[in-house]
Ligand binder design. Structure first.
Ligand SMILES: NC(=O)c1ccc[n+]([C@@H]2O[C@H](COP(=O)([O-])OP(=O)(O)OC[C@H]3O[C@@H](n4cnc5c(N)ncnc54)[C@H](OP(=O)(O)O)[C@@H]3O)[C@@H](O)[C@H]2O)c1
Length: 287
């Protein structure tokens, strides 16, 4: 089995982003800026936000961090988003999900100006994506496409299965594969006999959010398996360990290639967020 090394692909892509950021700075006299809003103190979200800020520094983007208390209400959140929409040095805005229970994510996401929607979550930007005129591209599925491209996988006509249909991962993943001329089946929690679908696929993208739930017997020989899942698993030593949706050890003698967790899709998600921010900055500078 070949390991598709997401860390390596991310590093290569970040170098290219850095060069474009340098070029943007030369032309515009400032760096592109990404604002990250974190509401509350969810530990995983704090780690993700910290990693995003670090990644911005690595490629030369300016980051703006807005940490709001867990009891923030909709009006307060709206005010912060509007201030960032109006700030000319902010090119991309990211609202870290999940939000505390009192806040409605669907409504809040759509307060972000589509011209600053770095995660491609607003209804307008999803519509643009679906109609083939994307402004930004959802980060995780885009990262999967970049990994496939890096390793020379030609998906044209490929029999592909996407497990999961969330707006953030599964649906846009299926869309990007269709756009790239793959033949795509989307499976979800109501799919009957999931394994019957995954076992026939040349390419399986697993984004079900179920720790280590697919393994030997779920993939055909020589399949390509992309594991989007990300979970913290307690070990006997009391330390947490990351795992995905797939039991990788079980399939290493049969499948053609797979992404590990950690070190697979994860590093790509942040990288594509940086690239979306740069795209938005470049698009605004041309207006
Ligand atoms: N590596 C990264 O950078 C990254 C980024 C984003 C997400 N993730 C990870 O990717 C996973 C998916 O994220 P998400 O936001 O898409 O999760 P989500 O919103 O919970 O969606 C999970 C999807 O999987 C389907 N599903 C759940 N159980 C299933 C089962 N037993 N069989 C078949 N389908 C099943 C669900 O079906 P229904 O629609 O029928 O409920 C749903 O469509 C999570 O582990 C998340 O942590 C990783």
């Amino acid at each position: 089995m070949q390991i598709f090394d997401g860390k390596l692909v991310a590093e290569t892509r970040r170098q290219a982003i850095k060069s474009r950021v340098d070029e943007f700075k030369r032309k515009n006299g400032r760096a592109p800026g990404l604002a990250v809003i974190l509401v509350g103190e969810d530990p995983a979200s704090q780690v993700y936000v910290g990693n995003k800020i670090k990644a911005c520094e690595q490629v030369g983007l300016t980051s703006f961090e807005h940490r709001l208390p867990a009891d923030t209400n909709m009006a307060q959140l709206k005010a912060v988003i509007q201030t960032l929409n109006d700030n000319v040095t902010v090119d991309g805005i990211l609202l870290q999900l999940p939000l505390p229970k009192q806040l409605k994510a669907d409504e809040a996401i759509n307060w972000i100006s589509p011209s600053k929607d770095a995660d491609c979550l607003t209804t307008e930007n999803l519509g643009r994506l679906w109609s083939g005129r994307p402004l930004t591209i959802p980060c995780t599925p885009w990262g999967v496409m970049v990994i496939l491209e890096h390793y020379g996988i030609d998906v044209v006509g490929m029999n592909s299965v996407v497990v999961g249909r969330s707006n953030i991962v599964g649906k846009p993943m299926a869309h990007l594969l269709v756009q790239a001329n793959a033949t795509v089946t989307v499976c979800h929690s109501k799919t009957r006999d999931l394994s019957a679908h995954t076992k026939t696929a040349d390419l399986v993208v697993v984004a079900a959010g179920q720790p280590e739930f697919l393994g030997r017997g779920d993939f055909k020989k020589d399949a390509i398996v992309i594991d989007v899942g990300m979970h913290r698993k307690a070990t006997s030593g009391g330390k947490a360990k990351l795992c995905g949706d797939v039991r990788l050890k079980e399939i290493e003698d049969t499948v053609k290639a797979a992404t590990p967790v950690p070190g697979g899709v994860g590093p790509m998600t942040i990288t594509m967020l940086l690239e979306n921010t740069l795209r938005l900055a470049e698009a605004r500078s041309l207006r």
